[in-house]
Design a protein around this ligand. Structure first.
Ligand SMILES: *Cc1c(COP(=O)(O)O)cnc(C)c1O
Length: 433
C-alpha cells in the first residue's frame, strides 16, 4: 500500500546517496527497509513539525529517535548552541560548560557521584563495560535478548540456540571469542537469571540492561525482575549497569533508576543529554569512577568529548527538563494521546494497543497481552507497514520500523496530539478494514 505523498525529490536524493554511503544512509534504520518507499529527506523541523525536501509536512513522533524532548528548533537549545559557538567550536581543553552540565546532572542525581562525557550512546556503553571489567577484574557480561546497547562488538550478540546462554554474534566481523564472553538471557525470567548467575558468578563482571527496554518494542519489565537482578548482582560482586540512553531524562530527570528506585552501579546516558548534538555519558560512584584514566587504570578518552557546543545544547535542554512539572506534563499529554487511540481500537475490536510509559509509546499489534520478552513479539510486521503508509499520507511521521518506539516532546500540544490521534485512528481503520 503505497502512500499518496509526492516523494520525487527524496527518491532522487536517495539514489545519489546510494552512490556515497552503504545502503544510502549513515545509520541502517534510516533506509526504510521494513516499510514501503525510500527514506524521506528531511529539510527542516520546528516544534513537533518536520518538512521533507518535497515540501510534505508531518507531525513528528520519531524526534530524532529520542533526543529531542523539547521538539525541533527549541529556542533555549538554539540560543545555547549559538552562544557557545561564538566562542569557538572545540578546544580539546576543559571548558566551564562541562562543569555546568555535570553540576546540573549530579546535583539532582542520587545514583551517581561522578560522570564522564563521551560522544554517543555506543561509546558510553563501550566505556562502561570496560570500566565494569576493570573494576571487578572479571571478564564476562550478561545481557538480555531484546535490549539494544549500541554497536559495541560484545553487545552485537543474540541468544545461542537451545538452552545455551552463550551469545552468538549477530553481526559479521564480531569474533566468536568476543561473543562467547557475553551471556544472553530472556528478559523478565527470574528463574533463568538465578540459574545463570549461580553458574557464572565468578566470571561475570557485569549485567547490562535497559531498565525500560525500548529498542525492540516497549518491553516493560516487572519491577520484581529488576529488584531480583539488583539483589543477585549485589550478592555476587557483579556490576549492575543500567543503560539509560533512552530512558534517562525521558521517564523522569533521573530516568528509570529513579522511577523504580533501584540504584545501579553504573549508568549510561545518551540521546536527550546532548539536546540533539552528539553526547553520551557514563556515571557511577566515586569509588568505581576512580578506576577511570587518568585517576585509574581503565583507559578512555575522546578528542571531542565534552565538546562545548554539545555541552551547551545539553545544558539548555536539561535546564528545561529540570523545571517543576515538566515530566508530569509530558506524561499527561502522552496519556491524552494514547487513551484516544486505545479507546478507538477497543471500541472497534482491533487487536491493537499503544503501550506507554512516560512520554514513550509503542504500537503493539498484539494488544491482548503485555509483551515483556523479545521472543513474544509477533514477527509479522505486515500490519505495521500498512499503518506506516496510512500515517504518512495523513501527515504523521513515526520511526520506519515496527520495533521502534515513538516519542512525544514538549512541543506536542494537545491540539497537535488530537490531530495525530485522529490520523492514527483513521489509519487503524484502513489497516483493519
Ligand atoms: C540509542 C541507544 C544506544 C546507542 O546510542 P548511539 O548514540 O546511537 O550510539 C545505546 N543504548 C540504548 C539503550 C539506546 O537506546
Amino acid at each position: 500500500m503505497q502512500s499518496k505523498i509526492n516523494r520525487s525529490k527524496s527518491e532522487s536524493l536517495f539514489n545519489t546517496a546510494k552512490t556515497y554511503f552503504p545502503g544510502g544512509v549513515n545509520s541502517p534504520v534510516r533506509a526504510f527497509k521494513s516499510v514501503d518507499g525510500g527514506p524521506l529527506f528531511i529539510k527542516k523541523g520546528d516544534g513537533c513539525t518536520i518538512w521533507d525536501e518535497d515540501g510534505n509536512q508531518f507531525l513528528d513522533f520519531c524526534c530524532s529517535w529520542g533526543p529531542l524532548i523539547l521538539g525541533h528548533n527549541n529556542q533555549h537549545v538554539y540560543n545555547g548552541i549559538v552562544d557557545a559557538l561564538k566562542n569557538g567550536a572545540s578546544f580539546g581543553a576543559p571548558t566551564v560548560l562541562e562543569n555546568e552540565l555535570a553540576e546540573l546532572i549530579l546535583s539532582r542525581n542520587p545514583f551517581i557521584e561522578k560522570i564522564r562525557f563521551v560522544s554517543s550512546g555506543t561509546e558510553a556503553v563501550m566505556s562502561a563495560l570496560r570500566l565494569a571489567r576493570g573494576y571487578t577484574g572479571k571478564k564476562k557480561v550478561l545481557k538480555f535478548e531484546g535490549c539494544y546497547h549500541g554497536h559495541v562488538d560484545s553487545m552485537l550478540v543474540k541468544a545461542g540456540s537451545g538452552l545455551a546462554t552463550f551469545g552468538e554474534s549477530s553481526s559479521a566481523g564480531v569474533p566468536e571469542e568476543y561473543a562467547n564472553e557475553t551471556l544472553v538471557l530472556p528478559l523478565n525470567d527470574i528463574e533463568a537469571l538465578r540459574a545463570c548467575i549461580k553458574e557464572y558468578k565468578d566470571e561475570l563482571a557485569c549485567a547490562i540492561i535497559e531498565p525500560i527496554p525500548a529498542n525492540n518494542g516497549l518491553l516493560l519489565q516487572e519491577k520484581t525482575f529488576l529488584l531480583e537482578l539488583r539483589k543477585l548482582c549485589t550478592e555476587n560482586g557483579i556490576i549492575l549497569l543500567f543503560d539509560e540512553v533512552i530512558s534517562g531524562f525521558r521517564v523522569g530527570f533521573n530516568g528509570a533508576a529513579e522511577l523504580f528506585n533501584i540504584k545501579p552501579d553504573i549508568i549510561t546516558y545518551g540521546k536527550i543529554i546532548g539536546g540533539g548534538l552528539p553526547v553520551g555519558a557514563y556515571g557511577a560512584s566515586n569509588e568505581i569512577m576512580a578506576c577511570v584514566s587518568p585517576d585509574g587504570p581503565v583507559y578512555q578518552a575522546g578528542t571531542l568529548s565534552g565538546n562545548p557546543v554539545a555541552m551547551a545544547a545539553g545544558i539548555a535542554q536539561l535546564t528545561e527538563c529540570a523545571k517543576p512539572g515538566f515530566y508530569e506534563d509530558q506524561e499527561e499529554r502522552t496519556l491524552f494521546f494514547v487513551e484516544k487511540v486505545n479507546n478507538h481500537a477497543k471500541t472497534n475490536g482491533y487487536n491493537f494497543e499503544l503501550i506507554t510509559i512516560g512520554s514513550i509509546f509503542w504500537l503493539s499489534f498484539d494488544g491482548k497481552k503485555r509483551v515483556r520478552r523479545a521472543d513474544q513479539i509477533d514477527a509479522d510486521m505486515g500490519q505495521f507497514k500498512d499503518l506506516f503508509s496510512a500515517l504518512l499520507s495523513r501527515g504523521v511521521y513515526i520511526g520506519p520500523s515496527g520495533y521502534e518506539v515513538g516519542f512525544i516532546s514538549q512541543a506536542h500540544t494537545k491540539e497537535h496530539l488530537t490531530v495525530a490521534a485522529t490520523a492514527l485512528c483513521e489509519a487503524l481503520d484502513v489497516v483493519y478494514s
